[in-house]
Design a protein around this ligand. Structure first.
Ligand code: THU
Length: 130
């Protein structure tokens, strides 16, 4: 099992591949599947703004597309944000995390930034499930 710092480093690396010409806000995510394998994603924007996708959603889609159904941890790195407070996952991504039973979320920002860790219950209490 990878450490928190390994997952955060992978998220930082993934952010370098972000396609963010509109917002100039690069985000990378790395997820640890219950298979022990890590998957990554970056935000991919579109001229038709709502057709853009978030880094976390893309990383989770990569894991699920490989057969993963349980994700133990997610790291997100908003490398153009000054502090983790500006780097928390959007609510749509939190709901996507809920679908795959994410336990822990690690959030970081630009170089030298702290890493803040939370449970999904902290970030999305009373969430919708079927
Ligand atoms: N973004 C993410 O990738 N993840 C989030 O949780 C919030 C926002 C992206 C979407 C868009 O490409 C850019 O950050 C600015 O909103």
């Amino acid at each position: 099992m990878r450490s928190r710092n390994d997952l955060v480093d992978l998220a930082r690396q993934a952010a370098l591949n972000a396609y963010a010409p509109y917002s100039r806000f690069r985000v990378g995510a790395a997820v640890l599947g219950s298979d022990g394998i890590t998957y990554t994603g970056a935000n991919v924007e579109n001229a038709a703004y709502p057709s853009s996708s978030c880094a976390e959603a893309n990383a989770i889609a990569a894991a699920v597309s490989a057969g993963v159904r349980k994700i133990d941890a997610v790291a997100v790195a908003c490398i153009d944000a000054p502090t983790p407070e500006e780097a928390y996952p959007c609510v749509r991504c939190r709901q996507i995390m809920s679908e795959f039973s994410v336990d822990e979320i690690h959030v970081t920002a630009g170089p030298g930034s702290l890493v803040k860790s939370h449970t999904l219950d902290e970030l999305l209490p009373h969430r919708f499930t079927l």
